[in-house]
Design a protein around this ligand. Structure first.
Ligand code: FAD
Length: 376
């Protein structure tokens, strides 16, 4: 993707400064608050106040329409910072950025103008890929409008997301993308999202039965949604959010050991060393993936390195959580301990689709690139 030029310089500081300002107005998590419908609306409003909802599309493309133009290193820093504050909020902002990027890549100038107006008005976007039961479908009627049926599940941000990008496969064609109004409370069913963590992401079911949509709501051409490097390759953003939580656990663990006079014990040092190395290696993988996928260079291995960054971050997250539990001991599970809610959230958020298949597929690709000429 060509990175567009800014329409105007960032108003009032860098992306990272604005994220820091927005988060400074929000309370830190405490206790088991998230098991009882913690509401992220004030947090989304804080992102909006700092201009963070519209910032990714405050650029101008060659066609004079809004364009997605944030440098990947800035997005990475923002996602890491938000993830370190609150993984559920990070999940929502990641989905928002993903949706804005997809509309800018594949939408018409009019669709991009609508997108920017919505984002400037504080509307949050999401990408709802996973189908519910019955699965989401869209068929063209005689009047040329789409008749929608079925539902999406794991739809993050119920009640917070106003516009959702939803993929569907027409009976006789390739996958397409539709921009759906997601604001009807009657269609939201959060009851299946009774998770031990990430509750505040409100990732439930959205029923689209009997809705209709016009051609102006269809984004891009058939097959665009799965075009690489942005489809699988975009997973680096999810890993960046997770990385924020991983680094926060390391930071809090070091602080707790130091405060308790236990940091200098050689075995605690060994544990902290392994945590630092895990976090560092995840960071290097994620930074490398972001650069490869969005740096503007053609890179045959970019998508696979992004998939590997996801897997490396998952492994780092599991290792860091175990080390923190062993370093701090029982107290880490106590309600009110600052690490406790992060552990619950991160365990849930690390569960992304099909890790085994991801490893096999991308190892095949990278093995062939590593030793060319003998495809597996
Ligand atoms: C907090 C959160 C928010 C989310 N938000 C959204 C959202 O907004 N929109 C959206 O579309 N999705 C969302 N998702 C869903 C996400 O994209 C995945 O669909 C989901 O996390 C899949 O998790 P799973 O563990 O059930 O995966 P699975 O793929 O079922 O993996 C479970 C295990 O089964 C293995 N496995 C998978 N396939 C096979 C097979 N064929 N044979 C044998 N083993 C297999 C895997 O390797 C793994 O070991 C969200 C998920 C989370 C955690």
């Amino acid at each position: 993707m060509t990175i567009a030029q800014p329409a105007a310089a960032f108003r009032g500081g860098s992306l990272d400064d604005r994220v820091a300002a927005a988060l400074a107005t929000l309370p830190r998590r405490s206790g088991l608050d998230d098991l009882h419908d913690r509401d992220l609306a004030p947090a989304v409003a804080a992102l909006h106040r700092e201009g963070l909802l519209a910032l990714p599309v405050d650029f101008e493309g060659r066609d004079g329409a809004p364009a997605y133009g944030l440098p990947p290193s800035d997005v990475l820093a923002a996602l890491v910072r938000i993830g370190g504050h609150d993984l559920s909020l990070g999940r929502l902002y990641e989905g928002h950025v993903n949706a804005l990027q997809l509309v800018c890549l594949y939408g018409t100038p009019d669709q991009k103008r609508r997108l920017r107006a919505d984002a400037r008005a504080g509307r949050l976007f999401g990408v709802w890929g996973a189908d519910g039961l019955p699965p989401f479908s869209a068929e063209t009627g005689e009047d040329g409008r789409l008749r929608l049926e079925g539902s999406k599940r794991f739809a993050s941000g119920l009640g917070l997301v106003a516009r959702a990008l939803v993929p569907y496969t027409p009976p006789d064609g390739e996958m397409r993308l539709l921009l759906l109004d997601a604001t009807d409370p009657e269609r939201m069913d959060p009851s299946g999202w009774r998770m031990s963590g990430m509750r505040a992401s409100r990732s439930g079911r959205y029923d689209a039965s009997r809705l209709t949509a016009g051609p102006e709501d269809v984004i891009g051409r058939p097959g665009d949604y799965k075009r690489e490097p942005y489809f699988v390759g975009g997973i680096w953003r999810c890993a960046a959010v997770q990385l924020g939580a991983i680094e926060r656990i390391v930071e809090l663990t070091i602080g707790a050991l130091r405060d308790g006079g236990r940091l200098d014990h050689p075995l605690q040092m060994q544990r902290v060393g392994s945590m630092l190395m895990e976090a560092r290696s995840a960071r290097l993988f994620v930074e490398d993936a972001a650069r490869r996928v969005e740096g503007g260079e053609v890179d045959a291995a970019a998508v696979s390195h992004s998939a590997y960054a996801r897997l490396r971050t998952e492994a780092a997250g599991l290792a860091v959580m175990e080390a923190a539990e062993r370093a701090i001991g029982l107290g880490i599970f106590c309600e009110g301990h600052p690490i406790e809610p992060i552990l619950r959230d991160l365990r849930v958020y690390l569960r992304q689709a099909n890790p085994d298949g991801t490893l096999i597929e991308h190892t095949r690709t990278l093995a062939n690139l590593f030793v060319p000429g003998r495809p597996a």
